[in-house]
Design a protein around this ligand. Structure first.
Ligand code: M21
Length: 143
């Protein structure tokens, strides 16, 4: 459900400003979190992985070993309108991606790879929101 993913993205994205400094993310690497869904978004910068780690921590979505905390993540997604339709699927997609990248010892790099994998799986499953939808909503919310 594209609408749900859009809401979760915007909610999760609230933490970007909190995390920009500590993850040393330059403005041009990820100006706004919804750029994550852009076709041309590059998964090249370690700082993006560090930012995702910080943002996840902000919402208490990680375990001590910087893996996804399943219950908290499920609850977080469920807290959005209709979130319950996607919560289980998202947790399972992320978990599958974590297993695929388990060999990467650096948390920031691993999380970046997991995020890239997660985005691809969402596109394959048809639950990735389009930029047009996200942009329109973002502009309305900030006006
Ligand atoms: C929910 C909207 C967007 C989320 C995108 C980022 C997904 C990042 C997944 C990182 C998961 C970190 C797990 C660590 O193993």
């Amino acid at each position: 459900d594209v609408q749900v993913m859009k809401d979760v993205t915007l909610g999760f994205g609230q933490a970007l400003e909190v995390c920009r400094e500590e993850s040393q993310l330059s403005q041009d690497v990820m100006e706004e979190f919804f750029h994550f869904w852009r076709e041309d978004f590059k998964f090249e910068s370690r700082a993006v992985g560090c930012a995702l780690q910080c943002m996840s921590r902000h919402f208490n979505l990680l375990t001590d070993s910087s893996r996804m905390h399943h219950e908290n993540t499920h609850r977080f997604i469920e807290s959005f309108p209709n979130g319950s339709v996607l919560a289980k699927q998202m947790v399972s997609l992320i978990h599958g991606c974590e297993q695929q990248h388990e060999a990467e010892p650096d948390h920031c790099w691993r999380i970046l790879r997991v995020a890239e994998c997660f985005k691809r799986r969402c596109q394959e499953a048809g639950i990735a929101p389009s930029m047009e939808i996200i942009m329109a909503e973002f502009i309305m919310e900030t006006e």
